[in-house]
Write a protein that binds this ligand. Sequence first.
Ligand code: WQD
Length: 352
Amino acid sequence: MAILVTGGAGYIGSHTCVELLNQGFDIVVIDNFSNSKPEALERVKQLSKRRFKSYSMNILDSCGLDRIFQEHEIEAVIHFAGLKSVGESAKMPLQYYHNNLNGTLHLCRMMEKHNVRKLVFSSSATVYGHSEICPIKEHFPLTATNPYGRTKLMTEEVLRDLYQADSRWSIALLRYFNPVGAHKSGRIGEDPNGIPNNLMPYITQVAIGRQEKLTIFGDSYNTKDGTGVRDYIHVVDLARGHIKALEKIRNSTGVDAYNLGTGKGYSVLEMVAAFEQASGRNIPFSIADNRPGDVAVCYASPAKAKEILDWEAQIDIQEMCEDAWRWQLQNPNGYENEDNLVTLHARSANVI
Ligand code: WQD
């Protein structure tokens, strides 16, 4: 029996594949490589010293998906595949609803056809909208403030309806807070397309010389130092949360949501200081206006995942920064080939 991992070449997907393989699971990966690189899967094989089948395909390809379930004995699915930029979703909502919502409907119908009803779904803390109260608990009101968040919220509702209609389903909805860091080896990590939207990859690109300076969006929030506070969680801790969720759905039915966060909030300036400490690199920054849609403070209560999944984050902010830096230093250009590596290194060492 194998675990089907959709989007398995992505940032969280690749780290979860390493953990699955290390725990002895057999996996099958599908990915359309729209926001990831095949090289990530080669490195997953090197790190785990295990082989697995991977297919370049879109979850909307019904024939391809059918073939996967016919050719492999799939026990459960971990579903990462989807578009994930908040800003981009506001510019291209139809693509987000088609890819994220329709894609999941396609997947679930194929699972049903092949009598596979165990699913771990990649949801997001964004379903809490602008929660005024922290730490955020799973029973708090859900309200999305952008098309990306609405695709996650709607998908959660679809999956709850699915279980109501057929109680043989077993579904875990994992609400990620802010994933950062990389595998200790530095061989896999976050490799965003274009200019990073998120804080940590932007900081590491400043440190390596790909960006001139960090722009901090707002320093007059009602927080300890005026900058935004978030719950940053190491991507390996996040990956291990998926293994725990898989173990849960293997032995029970039902649908339930779990926060995957540390329960601690750090401000942007605290993250910058921690990264400078970890990397020995200075991160120049300037202050700009608040980013539209940002909340001041957002961090999780991880108590439910601890109690029910027997999972809690173990890795601290310093290690998150060290691991993120090791990945960026070893891969200045992400998974792209080694083009102009020398130039990049020289620039980051201020040689040119
Ligand atoms: C973190 C903090 C910014 C960039 C997003 C998505 C969420 C989830 C995680 C998918 C904020 C500040 C950032 C920069 C900055 N993704 N910042 N300068 O917005 O909390 O969450 O990613 O599920 O859905 O909304 O993460 O890393 O973009 O921002 O000052 O260049 O860093 O204002 O306070 P966010 P982020």
